[in-house]
Design a protein around this ligand. Structure first.
Ligand SMILES: [Zn+2]
Length: 61
């Protein structure tokens, strides 16, 4: 592994992001303190709007 290439990659398709597109992603996470699921909202960068949409659909299941 080399850390030379630090260009961020799309979390959906894995391609390097030349012009990252931010998208709000809503998914569920497990809170270990309250032991309940909660809805988490975060901004994630993708290589395209399409990848963001696909990623969100995968989160919703
Ligand atoms: Zn992508």
């Amino acid at each position: 592994m080399t850390s030379f290439n630090t260009q961020p990659k799309c979390p959906y398709c894995g391609k390097p992001m030349d012009k990252p597109v931010s998208r709000k992603i809503i998914d569920r996470a497990y809170d270990q303190i309250t032991r309940r699921q909660y809805v988490r909202t975060r901004m994630v960068e993708f290589c395209s709007k399409e990848c963001g949409g696909n990623y969100q659909m995968g989160c919703e299941g």
